[in-house]
Ligand binder design. Structure first.
Ligand code: ZN
Length: 344
C-alpha cells in the first residue's frame, strides 16, 4: 500500500510499503482519511531520533489520524463498516499491570504509532484495536477527528489540573500543545486563560483565531509577572508549562497563587534546575502528564458540543500525493502554521 516512509534521517518518500497486519477478533480495519503532521514526526524526519528512540529502518510516519471502518473483527460490537472514526495511536499490552490499574499510557511496552520501531498511520489503511477506535459524532468532521489526538493532550492537562469553576490559568508556550492546553482549560471551566510566548508570530496566530477568548502576552517584550497580576493579583490558580524551556522551569512558581497547581507538559531536553523553596512556600502541587489516557470520548464530546473549537487549528492542507512536500513545509517551521493536515 501507499505510505509516507521515513527512509532515514532527512529522507521522506511516498511509496509502496508493506506492513504486515492481521485482523484479530477485537480489531477493525480502517481506511485512513486524514493525518495531522506532529512536531514529533518532523523531529524524526530532521534528526532521526527523539532521545533513545532511533529510526534504524524505514518507518511509516504519522500518528494523528481519522478514517472509515472497512472491516470489523468477529467480536467487535460497537463499530460497523462505514463508521467514521479516530484512533488512539498508543496500543498498550492489555494485560500489563499499568493497563489493569487504568494507567495504560504508562505501560512501558506501549506500541505508539511512528515511534521506532513501530510504523505510523500515514498509509492507506491500518488494523487497530476496536477499543482504541472511536466513532465520530455526526457533527464532527474527519479532519476534526484527526485533531483529537493533539487536543486530547490539552483536555488531559485540564483534567489532571482538577480545574475548579472560574479558575485562572497561565499557559507558557504558544505552540500547538500550549494552544490546545489553553483551549482545554477554557472548555473545562477556567474563566481566564493567559497564553505567553517569546515569539510574536506564534502569538499573532493565537490572537487571530482565539483572541476573543485568550489573553496573549509576549514575555520577551512585556513583564509576564505584571501581566499575570493584572488578571490574577495573587497569581494564577493553575500554571500549565508547555515550553519545556529551562529558563521558564527555573522560576515558574512566581506566577502561581499560594495553594495553586502547576502541570508540567513541555519536555526539556535534559534535567533542569527549579526553585524548590519557591514551590514549598506556596505549597504548589506539581503534576506531570505523559500523553493522555481515556480522553478521546471527552475530547470528542467537547468538540461536538462546541465547547472546544478546533477547526482553526488546521492552517495548511495537503493531499497524500504531496505528502513529501507537506513534510518539507512543516520542517521549515513556517510562522503562519499551526497544524499541517494530509488527506488521503
Ligand atoms: Zn502528535
Amino acid at each position: 500500500m501507499l505510505a509516507v516512509v521515513l527512509e532515514s534521517k532527512g529522507v521522506v518518500a511516498l511509496r509502496d510499503f508493506g506492513v504486515e497486519e492481521h485482523l484479530g477478533p477485537n480489531d477493525v480495519r480502517i481506511a485512513i482519511s486524514h493525518v495531522g503532521i506532529c512536531g514529533s514526526d518532523v523531529h524524526y524526519f530532521q534528526h532521526g531520533n527523539i532521545g533513545d528512540f532511533v529510526v534504524r529502518e524505514p518507518m511509516v510516519l504519522g500518528h494523528e489520524a481519522s478514517g472509515t471502518v472497512t472491516e470489523v473483527g468477529a467480536s467487535v460490537i460497537h463499530l460497523q463498516v462505514g463508521d467514521t472514526v479516530c484512533m488512539e495511536p498508543g496500543i498498550p499490552d492489555f494485560s500489563s499491570i499499568e493497563t489493569l490499574e487504568g494507567m495504560y499510557n504508562l505501560d512501558p511496552s506501549v506500541r505508539f504509532w511512528a515511534t521506532p520501531p513501530i510504523h505510523g498511520c500515514l498509509r492507506e489503511s491500518v488494523v487497530h484495536p476496536a477499543s482504541l477506535t472511536f466513532k465520530l459524532p455526526e457533527n464532527v468532521s474527519p479532519e476534526e477527528g484527526a485533531l483529537v489526538e493533539p487536543v486530547s493532550i490539552g483536555v488531559y492537562s485540564a483534567k489532571v489540573a482538577e480545574i475548579e469553576p472560574a479558575d485562572t490559568a497561565l499557559v507558557i508556550g504558544a505552540g500547538t500543545i500550549g494552544l490546545v492546553t489553553a483551549l482545554g482549560a477554557l472548555a473545562s471551566g477556567c474563566s481566564q486563560v493567559i497564553v505567553s510566548d517569546i515569539k510574536e508570530e506564534k502569538l499573532d496566530l493565537v490572537r487571530k483565531f482565539y483572541g476573543n477568548k485568550l489573553v496573549c502576552i509576549n514575555s520577551a517584550k512585556e513583564n509576564l509577572l505584571e501581566a499575570v497580576q493584572k488578571v490574577a493579583p495573587r497569581g494564577v490558580d493553575i500554571l500549565f508549562e508547555a515550553s519545556g524551556a529551562p529558563d521558564v522551569l527555573k522560576d515558574f512558581t512566581r506566577y502561581v497563587c499560594p495553594g495553586g497547581k502547576a502541570v508540567l507538559i513541555g519536555m526539556p531536553v535534559g534535567p533542569v534546575l527549579f526553585d524548590v523553596v519557591g514551590a514549598q512556600a506556596k505549597e504548589i502541587s506539581i503534576k506531570t502528564i505523559f500523553r493522555y489516557r481515556n480522553m478521546y470520548p471527552r475530547t470528542l464530546n467537547l468538540i461536538s458540543s462546541g465547547a472546544l473549537e478546533v477547526k482553526p487549528l488546521v492552517t495548511h492542507r495537503y493531499e497524500m500525493r504531496d505528502a513529501v512536500e507537506a513534510f518539507r513545509f512543516a520542517a521549515s517551521a513556517p510562522a503562519d502554521a499551526i497544524k499541517v493536515m494530509v488527506s488521503l
